[in-house]
Ligand binder design. Structure first.
Ligand SMILES: [Zn+2]
Length: 437
């Protein structure tokens, strides 16, 4: 906002007047361009760690949109900067997608970006290339209107989110700090919210449990100690634990799910001496990776009974292991990625300027305050808010129930509204932050 326009936008200047209505008008004018750009990036497959081509296409669009600086950071995120004011705002939209699964399950080509009845269909339209397209056009509109005086906006198309949420977003924050000595004051996530303001979600961690047994011939199982039966006790313990996990009025209850099981035996006629499971643990407020590990360790510690007389030693819990899994790979630029799979829980308070600014921006643009909510799944917010403590909200087109399904689509109406929001939010956020300083 320029000094001249500042102050004109207040409670009396609701939707329908001043800069917000000009933003809505311009965003509407780019309706076809936003959809075309979205179709272009949907047509470029971008599974995690293979985002190079889609990054190039996004950088090209940012350049055309008049961004002040456009580049790819070390880990391979697409970064576009608009403005150079003191408040730093980050838009985070991941540009990798999950796989398509069974191609015959799709009613249309997941990479074609079919447009019908005002909807754009295809893999990633909701999760979350639609948001990225709207963010780039939001940047274009705010640049055209000269709104970029009070803040610096970074639009970041992050990589590898589907593989390791938060990893690349966190790397961008570190990269920005090394480059400018600053970090974002606020962040907005492009994960689908159906144009509501979201302000948190449960954290998560992935762990592996390995129990050992003793192999013997399958024809005389009493001579050995079957690791699969032992794991059976662990599975029962986990099922008993599930309803006792912590609950939270906003985030809901923590959850625990066994998602994989495998055993090792020399042949189909050997009693297995090792069995392993993988656990997907979702952590509500007050739960941590450490507390989650401890709960499972307590179950494992209770394994096995005293050695029965004359039957030889049983293995019990000896050799059992409970540990976090590790994410270990290379980004599309060859940047090594290694970290334990722990993703902290985060919530931004309802009265925080980030939330207040989100509600206000939407109300000034569209005349109504959107509802507040939370995601059921996890996002890059685990690093931005969870690790780096950056106040974070979500606002994006698309319904989250369509993410990771074969019915993914986003409406052009929501794309246009999101672009308008992305153009106006930084002005309002800079204003709300200034009020609290
Ligand atoms: Zn996503």
């Amino acid at each position: 906002m320029t000094a001249e326009t500042k102050g004109k936008i207040g409670p009396t200047d609701r939707a329908g007047g001043g800069i917000p209505s000009e933003i809505v008008r311009r965003a509407e004018g780019y309706r076809a361009d936003i959809a075309r750009f979205l179709r272009d990036i949907v047509a470029i497959p971008s599974p995690s760690c293979q985002e190079g081509r889609v990054v190039d296409r996004i950088l090209e669009e940012m350049r055309r949109a008049g961004f002040d600086e456009v580049y790819r950071d070390e880990v391979g995120n697409a970064v576009g900067r608009v403005g150079s004011g003191p408040t730093i705002i980050m838009y985070d939209g991941h540009i990798d997608t999950v796989g398509i699964g069974d191609p015959t399950a799709w009613a249309y080509d997941p990479f074609q970006g079919k447009v019908e009845d005002g909807r754009v269909y295809g893999l990633g339209t909701v999760d979350e290339k639609g948001a990225v397209a709207a963010m780039v056009y939001g940047g274009k509109v705010l640049k055209e209107l000269g709104l970029d005086k009070d803040y610096t906006l970074y639009v970041v198309g992050t990589v590898q989110e589907e593989d390791c949420d938060g990893f690349a977003a966190g790397r961008f924050v570190e990269h920005l700090k090394a480059r400018t000595g600053r970090r974002p004051d606020l962040a907005v996530l492009g994960e689908p919210t159906d144009l509501q303001i979201y302000r948190g979600h449960r954290g998560r961690c992935e762990m592996k449990v390995v129990v050992k047994g003793r192999a013997c011939h399958g024809s005389a199982p009493e001579r050995g100690d079957n690791a699969v039966y032992k794991m059976g006790q662990v599975l029962e313990g986990i099922q008993r634990l599930a309803p006792r996990l912590k609950d939270d009025p906003f985030l809901g209850r923590g959850s625990i799910a066994v998602t994989r099981i495998e055993s090792k035996s020399g042949s189909l006629n050997v009693v297995p001496d090792e069995c392993a499971i993988v656990i997907d643990r979702r952590m509500t407020w007050g739960e941590t990776p450490q507390s989650s590990l401890d709960e499972v360790r307590a179950i494992v510690a209770g394994l096995g009974e005293p050695d029965p007389p004359g039957k030889g030693p049983r293995v019990g819990a000896a050799g059992a292991e409970v540990a976090l899994l590790e994410y270990d790979t290379k980004s599309h630029t060859g940047h090594p990625t290694r970290m334990p799979k722990e993703y902290p829980t985060w919530v931004t308070a309802e009265d925080h300027p980030a939330v207040v600014a989100g509600l206000r921006a939407a109300e000034e643009l569209f005349g109504a305050r959107p509802p507040l909510g939370k995601w059921v799944f996890s996002t890059d917010g685990v690093a931005l808010a969870g690790v780096h403590g950056i106040p974070t909200i979500g606002y994006a087109p698309g319904n989250e129930v369509l993410a990771h399904t074969v019915r993914e689509f986003v409406t052009e109406d929501q794309l246009v509204k999101a672009a308008a929001f992305y153009a106006w939010f930084p002005s309002v956020a800079a204003d709300e932050l200034a009020k609290r300083r």
